[in-house]
Design a binder for this molecule. Sequence first.
Ligand code: G4P
Length: 292
Amino acid sequence: MSDMQTIQWFPGHMTKTKRQIQANLRLVDAVAEIIDARIPVSSRNPDLDKLIQNKPRVILMNKCDMANRTATKMWIDHYASQGITAIAVDCKSGTGLNKFPQAVNTVMKEKIDRLKSKGMKNPTMRIMIVGIPNVGKSSFINRISKQNRAKVEDRPGVTRGNQWFTISNNLEMLDTPGVLWPKFDDKLVGEHLAFTGAVKDQVIDIELLAVRLLDFLKQLKPADFISRFKLEKLDLDNTDSYELLSMIGKKRGMLVSGGEIDTERAAIMLLDEFRAAKLGRITVEMPNGELK
Ligand code: G4P
């Protein structure tokens, strides 16, 4: 596992990463962009469009096991309305991965047809994975390469050391993912990445983060969150989020000596439970909601 802090995104590093990705892009026909289905806006790289230019792309909405089903469907429809193919996947269990080869074939149809019309029988398409840290790139590659053990030998023109895996009879995948940075200059993006645990907690005020999460949950009112903390009788709209954090801590018996409520422990617990989807399958960002 990697995280935003161990990867230091200083400008020099970003340039180097960009160059590596550009070099690998020359070897592939299409790109599979992995995003987090709970935060489809914040988990995307702001410069990807520019980087991949006109290369066909498939979006993999990963961790869909933790996202709201209806929201994921809305996102897929939203991408479709922009002419982008997206599929929902869960790289932990492997759910949805069987749709991947078909999705790539869809976006590559034009090129495949063109090559076939030139007499090529079954043209092989090559693809690479890109995504921000923690989004599930290694999980995806591990799963798909395990399901498809056959390793392809290096070929002329292919950088030595690169490994290719056969995914289906006409699809090969580069073993090395492109690691991209999120849009960290946006405060809300940082917050949403932190909700999901993509950003390390040590650098964040954990109680503040929990309060911000509660601001969001108070609006959304997910049933599992309400029942888990027995908030049925509470007027959530008129309860201050810090107050709510204290109440949650109290309900869980999180007290420090003197009888005060340990809000820090409550904050850690709340975030842990959110990240494990114990408060429900929650999507934080919707296609119609703008990030302010
Ligand atoms: P990266 O290469 O993009 O940095 O991400 P990586 O695959 O390491 O995944 C980051 C974390 O997200 C891992 O958890 C991984 O198990 C989890 N993950 C990846 N895909 C999914 C998914 O579809 N659903 C769920 N629920 N989790 C997913 P970890 O805490 O680092 O390790 P562990 O929990 O696997 O032990």
